[in-house]
Design a protein around this ligand. Sequence first.
Ligand SMILES: [Fe+2]
Length: 168
Amino acid sequence: MISKIMEKMIAFSEGNIHDIDHFIRVWTYARTIGELEHIEKETQFILEVAAITHDIACPVCREKYGNTNGKYQEQEGMPLAGSFLADTGMTAAQIERVKYLVGHHHTFTNIDGVDYQILLEADFIANATENSWSAERVENFMHTVAKTDAGKQLMQSVFCLQQSSFSL
Ligand SMILES: [Fe+2]
């Protein structure tokens, strides 16, 4: 099922390698963190689908607003994710949760589940590496938003941070 959704999302991206590479990377980090944290199978599935589809509104936002501002993406992404997933065999409840995650992936408050938490951490790692964000910005995220041990450990490894600069 995940590979079918991945295949469909790659086709949906119409050759935009930047977008494709981004969601593949976010999915890889999300999947890794979820498995290392031993989250429930159902939650892991929701997380992986959300990681693959979280930026589904990027093309439409570029066209409609000329940018991929987070709030526009959240607004436009929910209905798009719903129609994109409608024929995948997912249940209505699963699709609702993925839509919610797509609609909140730039919102760092009221994080109401481990799927949401890990999606934020995985997207942050991918964005920080793609945009060469400073060590200061990474450490700030680790202190204020990151929660999972596996996510923090990955950030420490990816960004070569000193163990002493934060507490796991
Ligand atoms: Fe993203």
